[in-house]
Design a protein around this ligand. Structure first.
Ligand SMILES: CC(C)(COP(=O)(O)OP(=O)(O)OC[C@H]1O[C@@H](n2cnc3c(N)ncnc32)[C@H](O)[C@@H]1OP(=O)(O)O)[C@@H](O)C(=O)NCCC(=O)NCCS
Length: 171
């Protein structure tokens, strides 16, 4: 976590991680089941190289979906597979488990096309464009919004093995 946040200033948009204590707090927040949050570590040779997370809302079986990869692991298509695997699981298209969500949502800045490719690979459809939503470096930037429903077709990119350390379900 620390290494990923230290390697890319853009990572500050994902959270405030500057030392071991704030990294631990970030992990606690990502996995806080009292707030219906859950997260999967993307693991390569025993090390966490990325995260796919869902901030859920139990009431509507709705989840806000997001992801990041360590800068040293980018450019290899890892996140397309990881995001597709978790989205399929969340919407009941996993190999043997069902996350119990009905709808997942995500958004990315228009000038982050790699994130859009990952969203598409994970089966999300673009639903909207929020004009000039964020100010980044003194400029207003559009945000593209996406959704994927339980009834949408599953993502078909390569599937990664998914291991749940504890039972996680939104239903
Ligand atoms: C966004 C992020 C997860 C992408 O991960 P990555 O490993 O760099 O992505 P990849 O290199 O595998 O690229 C994914 C796809 O985007 C394409 N892509 C990459 N850069 C691109 C660009 N500038 N223009 C168009 N397509 C691009 C790749 O060709 C690839 O396409 P493919 O799947 O059809 O082969 C990573 O950059 C990251 O963690 N960024 C910080 C956090 C973030 O922005 N998260 C997303 C918000 S939810």
């Amino acid at each position: 976590m620390l290494s990923a946040f230290a390697a890319d200033p853009e990572m500050s948009r994902q959270g405030d991680v500057t030392d071991l204590e704030s990294a631990e707090a970030y992990i606690r927040q990502l996995t806080d089941r009292s707030q219906d949050n859950l997260a999967f570590a993307v693991v390569d040779r025993g090390r966490c190289v990325g995260v796919v997370a869902i901030n859920g809302s139990r009431q509507h079986q709705l989840g806000w979906f997001f992801y990041w990869v360590h800068p040293g692991t980018r450019g290899r298509g890892v996140m397309s597979q990881a995001a597709a695997t978790v989205a399929n699981w969340a919407l009941g298209h996993g190999e043997d488990d069902d996350g119990g969500f009905y709808r997942l949502e995500l958004g990315h800045r228009e000038n982050n096309p790699a994130s859009g490719r990952i969203a598409a690979a994970a089966g999300f459809l673009q639903e909207g464009l929020e004009r000039e939503k964020f100010e980044v470096g003194g400029e207003r930037v559009d945000v593209l919004t996406y959704g994927r429903l339980r009834s949408d077709p599953p993502a078909v990119v390569g599937h990664l093995p998914l291991r749940c350390q504890q039972e996680v379900t939104c239903s």
